[in-house]
Design a protein around this ligand. Structure first.
Ligand code: UDP
Ligand code: MG
Length: 310
């Protein structure tokens, strides 16, 4: 009988853990499959870790990975994917926004032979306006600026076959952007649309700052197009300034007085800003190279009940 792993990253989700495991168990009772749960406690400061330890005592198929500190959602997910032993692995959020009942359909598609079954969130009116708009802007920018296309509303709620996970584990990226990597890996992928539920308990851990960071990270992980854009901008403005020279020379020799201050200060401020932005873009890529060359582990595990793990 096949084994299915369910990976859940959890950061301060004390009120959700028990409920989500319960719902998942209900779902898996309808199937003939074995299941193991791998819950990654991403440095929670509430009772998440304690609850997990207590649950693991009575549920032999529940494993927890406790990080030494908060490493972030993507890294927590990666840790779970690294350690899962199933023939296929399903990942979902701890807050029940991803309905566990959809798993039945995902498993059917997997049994039909699809290697990746991912989900697309249908535009949800319940979600705050700002969140909807920023999320849609995020995918639009990402797709304009990078070479792979990620569909709008695809979060980290998906099923991956063991062979896809094996490839994923060997990628060795320092800061993985999992959504993008899954698309990049290819294989036969199937999409299921769903309406997200609202968060069961607690608050969202993604604030505006974290979302901007994820967006920049997504773009710069998958493409060097921003660098090309910077270079093109440089060419365009150099060309424009060359066209400007005859005008300046003409005015000089004809003795025409040119009003300087306003145009000068505008150009200085504009180009000052532009140069800083471009420098920043280059800086992000250099920073990424710096982090990658250090070759540090993605995460540090303080405690786990997984077999063969330290
Ligand atoms: N999460 C995490 N580490 C973090 C932030 C979030 O493991 O630093 C987990 C969180 O517990 C949840 C999932 O990632 O299971 C998605 O987070 P959240 O629901 O806060 O994001 P949103 O749905 O608001 O985008
Ligand atoms: Mg959520």
């Amino acid at each position: 009988m096949s084994l299915v792993s369910v990976v859940i990253p959890a950061y301060n989700e004390e009120d959700n853990i028990v409920v989500i495991i319960d719902r998942l168990e209900c779902v898996f009772r309808q199937t003939e499959l074995n299941v193991e749960f791998i819950i990654v406690d991403d440095g929670s400061t509430d009772k998440t870790a304690l609850i997990l330890k207590t649950m693991a005592k009575v549920k032999p198929n529940l494993y927890f990975i406790e990080f030494s500190r908060n490493f972030g959602h993507q890294i927590a997910l990666k840790a779970g994917l690294d350690k899962a032993m199933g023939d296929c692995i399903i990942s979902l959020d701890a807050d029940l926004q991803h309905p566990p009942e959809l798993i039945i359909e995902m498993l059917q598609k997997w049994q039909e032979g699809y290697e990746v079954v991912y989900t697309r969130r249908i535009e949800d009116k319940k979600l705050p306006f700002i969140k909807r708009k920023t999320s849609s802007l995020f995918y639009k920018t990402l797709n304009i600026l990078s070479s792979i296309k990620i569909e709008e509303g695809t979060a980290d709620f998906r099923l991956m076959d063991k062979k896809v996970i094996d490839v994923f584990r060997d990628l060795g990226e320092n800061e993985p952007f999992i959504r993008g990597l899954v698309k990049w890996m290819g294989y036969s992928q199937f999409a299921i649309d769903y309406t997200p539920s609202s968060r069961f308990a607690g608050a969202s851990k993604y604030n505006f700052r974290k979302m901007v960071k994820l967006a920049l990270h997504g773009v710069t992980s998958f493409s060097i197009r921003p660098l090309y854009t910077a270079a093109y901008l440089g060419f365009i403005f150099s060309l424009l300034s060359v066209l400007y020279i005859p005008y300046v020379l003409y005015s000089f020799f004809m003795g025409i007085e040119v009003d300087g201050w306003a145009s000068l200060i505008m150009t200085v401020v504009f180009f000052g800003g532009l140069q800083l932005i471009i420098l920043g873009i280059i800086g992000i890529y250099v920073g990424k190279m710096f982090m990658q060359t250090k070759n540090r582990p993605n995460y540090i595990i303080r405690n786990t009940n997984l077999p063969n793990s330290n």
